[in-house]
Design a protein around this ligand. Sequence first.
Ligand code: ASP
Ligand code: MG
Length: 458
Amino acid sequence: MKVIKIGGGCLKGKKTIESILDLLAPRVDGDIIVVSALNGITDMLIDGMADALVDEETIAPLMSRLRNRHISTARYLISNPDLQRAFSKSFGRELQRLERYYYGLSYTGESTPKMRDLISSYGERFSAELLTAAMRDRGVKTECRMPQNIGMLTDGKYEDATADLEVIRTNFRNHLGPLVEEGTVVFLPGFYGISQEGNITTYGRGGTDYSAAVATVAMEAEVLEFWKDVAGFMSADPRMVSNAELIPVLSYAEAAELCYFGAKILHPRAVEPVRRYGLDIAIKSTLDPDARGSLITQNSPETPHVIKSVTQNTDVGLVKVYASGVGARPGMLADVARTVTEQGINIKSVVTSQTCISLLLDKKDMDESFAALEELTPNPFRKVEREDGVALIGMVGEGMSVNKGVAARCFSTMDEAGINVEMIAFGPSPVALYFLVREEDLKISVKALHESFFNGKA
Ligand code: ASP
Ligand code: MG
């Protein structure tokens, strides 16, 4: 059996949803399909909470938007009137409950993490019910199960929960095993699970990928399939490099690096549980459903040029803290890191030298981090500088750390292209080498590196 994840990207317009259902209907039999909310619905639910806190008059229009979107989609996708009616009825009941939560929020004027998770989980509940009915309408034997009813236990942390894999393995086998065995296709809302105390807890934004990974492990599925409207993992961004190639096989570590730093193919957290149990992930393309796509697996063959992909991320900035003897003064790095993380900011990476601590940050966190460091009193630094307009390049490939020639080749390529490399991070990951260039040099750099490694020019 397999677990299939259908993301919000495949759940955009009615026609896109129709085509993914038609594509999957003949390909499923006793499998599990984990679904995201219809595109944009989670944002709508979350924005709706902020609006409801300000003005309860916003709740009714929100409810009609949610109703219209789901009901009109159901009308388009489901032809059998009985199935359509049954969906409308259960949807109506659920929507009514959701409406009460919004009024509760509005009257108490309090938005707790518990309430936020509860409300934002509704997008997935709606879409799972809707797709179950639509797939049944296509002659497939289907059932829908809610995570809270089949024991998808979490650690109870709101907005960033972790699944209890051992407990879920037992529970899923009991609840889903018999269904799957008799050939029923089970739909499961992604994005959330339930705590020991019975509270809905989400896995964070984009968490449906993680839900699907958990289901894969729990059921020991042969493969976890992600259907995407791209070919798979590529050797470079095709918008930058026209002859970028599909990567047919990659390791978990390679996939995790690619996802963490740029490729929006799957949530980095989804790799971990699957890796732990040695199961495979397949990235399948809706554009070419019979193509193999990219396979993420335990043993990824090393390619002759070691590098599998040249990846980039332009959503970064650098803050540099200068002081003498940074490397030798205890506590300095901790002070710097604390000052930034106290603002609730995630530091992506740190590189230190004797005179400088460089922090790699998301673009959106630059202003706040810089201000916090500047305001630190007494100021233990000589100066704090910021560097905007930079871009991160990642060279990813298993075998990179043992094959030091790769780094040499990388930097000689950059040198020949006349490009200045700013910050280099090598070592934290054995499968990746990262460095910064000026944003305006990005395209040339990526092209030159790809050319060098993939077309054997250097
Ligand atoms: N619907 C949730 C979100 O938008 C979870 C997901 O789609 O993975 O973040
Ligand atoms: Mg997603």
